[in-house]
Design a protein around this ligand. Structure first.
Ligand code: UD1
Length: 367
């Protein structure tokens, strides 16, 4: 009998992670059938639907429509809605990815219904409990049955926390599977409609920025400091900044001006953004995924955070942690512009085949 799996996604960074898993499951349709559960955590067309279309993810089988609201409201709405679906469907396993509120909510619901939980991108730890994602990671891993890890630190953290070694699998990274897959498609794609293409034609050299962490964008002083640093860097290197809805709201609320050389755009689709950043001289970000993707393609990345749960990007890759102190940000950007950016190498198993390994292991475990 085929096993039935639920594949949960809710927020933008989840979509890139489920795309390769869905493909790998399609390739083993003799063993598995799966249902895609979209929690609706992200709901704007440009934060959600665009990604499903472009990344080739099948339409969700269930849409929980549980976006917006405070953390508790969002998590609660997702739990209530998923409980109904999970109870009716009784899957053999629920697969959750990453560290967003949807990951937490659905893993708790599944586990309480005795449905085994597989966590993809398990074991990452920033050690910073002020990050909502860190709480989500800790809780999800505390009840998961199978742990798929992206880098050796993930494995070490889980073993240190007492997880059984035979449940922890170092498989590489589905985010990088997606990156390589889409990069190949991008080469053949018609880019004429891309916002990035017009910008690339305008500037011979440019940087790209993304910012959305509450610690960077929710308070005036922090965001004003970063805005000042970006303004300064942009005097030497024009910066393209696709703005997350949370950040856009706060830039307007605080009346912050980034100056003429920081070009703000709406959130870009995956391909449009990849088309931009793969040719950037420098990336400045507080995203988790972009730290890893830049390492995979060897692009210098400055991370505007004090810590990272993805240390391999710093130890082996092109990532440098610069915090959110404006002087430090500008000094680090100057270094990169002076040609002293990190070169880095691609981490072990970041080879585009993580999803295949996950599916093979699930076949073994659920068999
Ligand atoms: C969430 C994740 C974060 C991830 C990020 C990527 C959590 C705790 N955080 O943060 O880990 O890196 O997604 O984007 O799960 N909004 C819209 N339209 C949308 C989505 C959100 O307007 O399509 C608004 C919401 O109303 C909300 C705000 O943006 O007020 C933040 O959305 P939310 O999902 O709570 O968190 P993110 O900051 O996006």
């Amino acid at each position: 009998m085929k096993k039935t799996l639920h594949l949960v996604a809710g927020a933008r960074p989840n979509f890139m992670k489920i795309a390769p898993i869905a493909r790998a499951l399609d390739a083993r349709s003799d063993l598995f059938e799966y249902r895609i559960v979209h929690t609706g955590q992200h709901y704007d067309r440009e934060m959600s639907d665009v990604f499903f279309e472009e990344l080739g993810i099948p339409k969700p089988d269930f849409h929980l429509d549980a976006g917006g609201g405070s953390h508790a409201e969002q998590t609660g709405k997702i739990m209530v809605a998923y409980e109904r679906i999970c109870g009716e469907q009784r899957p053999d396993c629920t697969i959750v990815v990453g560290d967003v509120n949807s990951t937490l909510a659905c893993s708790i619901v599944a586990k309480k219904m005795q449905v085994p939980v597989a966590h993809v991108e398990a074991g990452l730890r920033s050690g910073d409990l002020r990050m909502p994602e860190e709480i989500n990671r800790l809780v999800t891993d505390s009840i998961s049955d199978w742990f798929f890890v992206t880098e050796p630190a993930g494995r070490d953290n889980l073993l240190h926390e007492g997880k059984p070694a035979d449940r922890v699998f170092f498989v590489g990274h589905v985010m990088i599977d997606n990156l390589f897959y889409q990069r190949e498609r991008l080469e053949r794609a018609d880019k004429s409609g891309f916002e990035s293409e017009a910008l690339k034609n305008r500037f011979s050299r440019f940087g790209a920025v993304t910012l959305h962490r509450p610690s960077n964008v929710d308070e005036r002083d922090a965001l004003a400091g970063i805005a000042g640093a970006l303004r300064q860097v942009a005097e030497r290197l024009p910066l393209v900044f696709p703005v997350h809805p949370r950040t856009r709201g706060n830039l307007e609320k605080f009346g912050l001006d980034l100056g003429p050389n920081v070009i703000l755009t709406r959130p870009l689709s995956y391909m449009d953004f990849l088309n931009l950043w793969k040719d950037a001289s420098l990336i400045m970000t507080d995203s988790g995924g972009l730290q890893e993707e830049t390492t995979a393609l060897g692009i210098p990345c400055l991370t505007l955070r004090e810590n990272t749960e993805r240390p391999v990007t710093v130890d082996e890759g092109t990532n440098t942690m610069v915090g959110c102190d404006p002087e430090r940000i500008v000094a680090a950007a100057d270094e990169v512009l002076a040609g002293k950016g990190k070169i880095g190498s691609r981490p072990q198993l970041w080879d585009g085949r993580a999803a295949e390994r996950i599916v093979a292991e699930l076949a073994e475990q659920l068999g």
